[in-house]
Design a binder for this molecule. Structure first.
Ligand SMILES: O=P(O)(O)OC[C@H]1O[C@H](O)[C@H](O)[C@@H](O)[C@@H]1O
Length: 529
C-alpha cells in the first residue's frame, strides 16, 4: 500500500471529479481498507433513504417537529408544497429587486443619494456564513462594504462603529436573527440604534430585518417602519442558512452573484443525491470521517485551505459540523456523546504554527486540505526562475500532505478550480450533505441544538443575579460582604457567581470592592454614587 505505485493507483481508484464544477475530491490518503468499505455500505443504504425522506419534507428534526429544507432553497421545484416553492422563489426575487434598488440609489439613506456600507448584526449561523462568503468573494471595488457586529462585546462594537465613523449616515443595517430573540443580536441592534440616535440619524430608514416569520424582531421592524424585512423559515437551521435570505441578502448587496452561488449548490446537491458511495462526493467525505474518527469523533477534523480567501471556512464548518454532530444522545435515546471537533486556519501559515504538532505530536486528527488550482486572476512575477508565489503554495500543500501521510496522519484533499460564487455554493452544499450523511451513519439528529439552550439559560440566570445584587446593595446603607449579599437575596449557592459579577462591575466603575483582591472572602462591596 505504501509504495509510490500503489499510492498512485489508490489515488486514481478513489478520485472523484465533478466535471461541471471542476471540483475534485481525493480520499486516497485516508487508510480505509476494502473490508471497511464493504462493511459501511449498508449504513449508506439508510443514509440515502434518510436523505430522500428529508428532501421530501419528512420531519427530520423530531425534537422540534420540523422539516429540514435547506436543499429546497437551491431547487425550489423539489420543495414539498406549492406554498413553499412560491415562498422561496418570491423571496429570491424580492432580494434581487431590493438589491437593485439599493445599488441604483432608488432606496437610499435620508441624507445621501446612495448607501456606501452594510452593517450586519447577528451571531452563529446568522453571521458565520455571511462572514465566510464576504471574505471568500471579496473584491476591492464593491458596491457596498460590509462590517459585522457578531458579539455582545462593547469594545468590539465600538471598533466597528468607530471604523464606520461618519459613514454611519450611509450605512444600511441588516439585523439577522432567525429567532429574533438572540441576546447578542438584540444587543447589537440596540447599540446600533443608540449610535444612530446619537448621530441624529433615523435608524428605521436605514435598517432591514432578516428573521423568522412572526418573530419579535419582525414585529419590531414592521412596527417601527423599517425599510424592509426578509423571511427566515422554521425549516432552515441557522447553520444551514447561508443560501437563504440570511446569506443571500448581504451577499447580493456586496455585488456577489447569488444565482451562481445557488447554481453551485444545486449542482453539488444533484451530485450528492447519487445513491452510489463511490460516485457521491458527500458520501465519500462522510465515509472518510467515519473511518478516521472511528464513527465516534476520536479524531479532530483539521481544515487547511491553502488560500487566504478561505480562512474563515474552518470557522464556518466548526458550527456546521460541531453543532450538528455534537450530541449527547442518539435518535434512540442512547448516550453516545457524538461529534467531531473542527479547527483550522490556512496554509501555508499553519506550517509555521501548528503543523509541527500535526506532523510529530499527538496523532488525534485527520486533515482536510483545500486546494485552489488557479493562483490568481492576475499574472504574477517570477520570484525565482520559472517559479511564481502560487507554485510555492502548491509545493507547501503537497509537501505537508506527504509529510503527514508518511507519519501515519490521514488526509482528505478537496480541490476547486477557482474561488468563485459557483464553487463556494458547491463547497457549502458538499459539507451540508456530508454532515447529513454522517448524522445518519451514527444515528443522531443533526438538526437540533439542545446544548446551546442550556448555556443561554445559565447566562440569563447570571444577569438575574446581577439585578438582585444591585438592588440588595441599593437598599443597604453599609458595604456588604459576598456572603451577606448571598443571604440577603436568598442565593447562598451563588456566592461564586456573585463574586464574578462584583469583580466585573468593579472593573467597570459600577461598584466598589474593598479588601484583599486575592482573598474574595475579605471583600466588602458598595455601590458607587
Ligand atoms: O439566528 P438566531 O436565531 O439569532 O440564532 C443564532 C444562533 O443561535 C444559537 O446559538 C443556535 O445554536 C445557532 O444555531 C444559531 O445560529
Amino acid at each position: 500500500m505504501n509504495s509510490a505505485v500503489d499510492l498512485w493507483q489508490r489515488y486514481q481508484d478513489w478520485l472523484y471529479y465533478h466535471s461541471e464544477l471542476g471540483i475534485y475530491l481525493d480520499i486516497s490518503r485516508v487508510r480505509f481498507t476494502p473490508d471497511f468499505v464493504t462493511q459501511i455500505q449498508p449504513k449508506f443504504v439508510k443514509a440515502f433513504a434518510d436523505m430522500k425522506a428529508l428532501e421530501s419534507g419528512a420531519i427530520a428534526n423530531p425534537d422540534e417537529q420540523r422539516m429540514v429544507g435547506h436543499y429546497w432553497l437551491r431547487s425550489p421545484e423539489i420543495a414539498p408544497t406549492e406554498e413553499l416553492r412560491k415562498d422561496i422563489t418570491e423571496t429570491l426575487d424580492r432580494i434581487e429587486e431590493f438589491t437593485q434598488k439599493v445599488h441604483a440609489g432608488t432606496i437610499h439613506p435620508p441624507t445621501a443619494s446612495k448607501f456606501t456600507d452594510i452593517l450586519s448584526i447577528g451571531i452563529g449561523g446568522s453571521a458565520l456564513g455571511p462572514q465566510f462568503v464576504a471574505q471568500a468573494l471579496a473584491k476591492a471595488d464593491v458596491p457596498l462594504k460590509i462590517s459585522f457586529i457578531d458579539n455582545s462585546d462593547p469594545d468590539g462594537i465600538d471598533l466597528v462603529l468607530d471604523l464606520l465613523g461618519d459613514r454611519l449616515s450611509t450605512t444600511l443595517v441588516l439585523v439577522i436573527s432567525k429567532s429574533g430573540g438572540t441576546p447578542e443580536a438584540a444587543n447589537g441592534m440596540k447599540e446600533a440604534e443608540f449610535a444612530f440616535q446619537k448621530a441624529g440619524l433615523d435608524f428605521a430608514k436605514q435598517a432591514i430585518a432578516i428573521t423568522g416569520v412572526g418573530s419579535a424582531l419582525e414585529k419590531y421592524a414592521i412596527g417601527n417602519g423599517w425599510l424592509d424585512t426578509f423571511p427566515m423559515y422554521d425549516w432552515i437551521g441557522g447553520r444551514t442558512s447561508e443560501l437563504s435570505a440570511v446569506g443571500l441578502v448581504p451577499a447580493a448587496l456586496q455585488g456577489i452573484n447569488i444565482r451562481e452561488m445557488l447554481r453551485g449548490a444545486n449542482l453539488m446537491d444533484a451530485a450528492t443525491r447519487v445513491e452510489n458511495l463511490r460516485q457521491n462526493p458527500a458520501a465519500l467525505l462522510a465515509m472518510s470521517w467515519y473511518f478516521a474518527s472511528n464513527g465516534k469523533g476520536e479524531k479532530d477534523m483539521v481544515i487547511l485551505p491553502y488560500k487566504d480567501r478561505l480562512l474563515l471556512f474552518s470557522r464556518y464548518l466548526q458550527q456546521l459540523v460541531m453543532e450538528s454532530l455534537g450530541k449527547e444522545k442518539d435518535l434512540d435515546g442512547n448516550l453516545v456523546y457524538q461529534g467531531i471537533a473542527v479547527y483550522g486556519n490556512k496554509g501555508s501559515t499553519d506550517q509555521h504554527a501548528y503543523v509541527q504538532q500535526l506532523r510529530e505530536g499527538v496523532p488525534n486528527f485527520f486533515a482536510t486540505f483545500i486546494e485552489v488550482l488557479q493562483d490568481s486572476a492576475k499574472p504574477h512575477p517570477e520570484v525565482e526562475e520559472g517559479v511564481v508565489t502560487g507554485d510555492y503554495l502548491l509545493g507547501f500543500l503537497q509537501g505537508t500532505r506527504s509529510a503527514l501521510y508518511e507519519n501515519g496522519r490521514d488526509s482528505i484533499t478537496v480541490t476547486i478550480p477557482i474561488v468563485s460564487e459557483l464553487t463556494i455554493g458547491a463547497l457549502i452544499a458538499l459539507y451540508e450533505r456530508a454532515v447529513s450523511f454522517y448524522a445518519s451513519l451514527v444515528n443522531i439528529n443533526a438538526y437540533h441544538q439542545p446544548g446551546v439552550e442550556a448555556g443561554k439559560k445559565a447566562g440569563a440566570k447570571v444577569l438575574a443575579l446581577q439585578k438582585k445584587m444591585m438592588s440588595a446593595l441599593k437598599s443597604s446603607t453599609i458595604s456588604l460582604s459576598l456572603g451577606e449579599i448571598a443571604d440577603k437575596i436568598g442565593a447562598p449557592d451563588e456566592i461564586e457567581s456573585l463574586y464574578h459579577i462584583a469583580r466585573h462591575l468593579h472593573a467597570n466603575c459600577k461598584l466598589l470592592l474593598e479588601g484583599d483582591l486575592a482573598q474574595p472572602s475579605t471583600l466588602r462591596i458598595m455601590l458607587l454614587e
